[in-house]
Design a binder for this molecule. Structure first.
Ligand code: 6GU
Length: 264
């Protein structure tokens, strides 16, 4: 009884995610990445889930080098800061025309101007809630800074949302941009396999917790055994054990996640 019911439920959620996959064939999430170092993204974009999502037309990533918009013989994209000090500042007269031109050109009719994000350690910190919001966009533009950052007038003119991925300093926004693409694209319907996406569907509250431990063969390794409950085939007990372990782990490692309602 119990197992046939859960089989039905599984079939139902499979149907649901198939419908989503069909629907998403019509809407691609377009990323426009602005960077002085487009090559940094080569490896990331040519492997695994991202490559497969691009091949299937679920996401699209275009890279733009704002150096190509710089004027003058040397195509300088950065310059020394007014007032002195270390490092270089990215030039406003190269970034602004570049972003304006690309933003005005739709990658596909009806996609619109999208959400413009500037990656900087001074920005608002990214969390899963923001990621979920971004996954509903049709177009996301990511502006990657380097060195000492952009001329302040870039923000004044383009008015991007400023985003940080955590309280530490990276050499530039490129690694942060990859983190954003990675976190957002996996929520685009059809990107993950049925197994994962239906799991997410049915566990909306489960998302608040860290995952508990997982095991695979061998059953015993260096004297360490896989917990008995996972190998005895009682799925009701297994689900219960996993839920308990998730709570335990979250309490131990990230109690802050539990005190913030609806977070994560
Ligand atoms: Cl978005 N950029 C840089 N340069 N450093 C960071 C960051 C971004 N987020 C955290 N640290």
């Amino acid at each position: 009884m119990q197992s046939s019911e859960s089989r039905e439920q599984r079939a139902e959620s499979r149907d649901k995610s198939e419908k989503k996959t069909l629907h998403s064939a019509l809407c691609t999430l377009h990323f426009d990445v602005f960077t002085l170092f487009p090559g940094i993204f080569d490896g990331y974009l040519s492997e695994s889930l991202v490559k497969s999502a691009m091949d299937r037309g679920l996401i699209r990533v275009r890279r733009h080098n704002f150096r190509d918009w710089s004027t003058g013989r040397h195509h300088k994209a950065d310059d020394t800061p007014y007032g002195g000090g270390p490092g270089m500042v990215i030039k406003v007269d190269c970034v602004v025309p570049c972003v304006e031109e690309i933003r005005a050109s739709e990658p596909e009719p009806g996609v619109g101007a999208g959400r413009l994000l500037l990656l900087t350690p001074q920005g608002r910190r990214l969390d899963q809630r923001w990621v979920e919001e971004l996954a509903r966009e049709k177009r996301i533009l990511l502006l990657c800074g380097r060195y000492e950052g952009f001329d302040e007038r870039v923000s004044r003119i383009l008015q991007p949302e400023e985003m940080s991925i955590g309280d530490y300093v990276l050499n530039g926004g490129e690694v942060a941009a990859m983190a954003v693409i990675d976190a957002v694209m996996r929520l685009v319907p059809g990107v993950l396999g049925d197994e994962y996406s239906s799991l997410c569907d049915s566990f909306s509250t489960g998302n608040r917790f860290l995952e508990g431990p997982q095991y695979t063969r061998p059953r015993v390794y260096r004297g360490l055994e896989v917990p008995e409950v996972l190998v005895n085939g009682n799925h009701e007990l297994i689900d219960q054990w996993r839920a308990e372990e998730a709570v335990k782990r979250t309490e131990q490692r990230r109690p802050d996640l539990l005190s913030e309602p609806g977070f994560y």
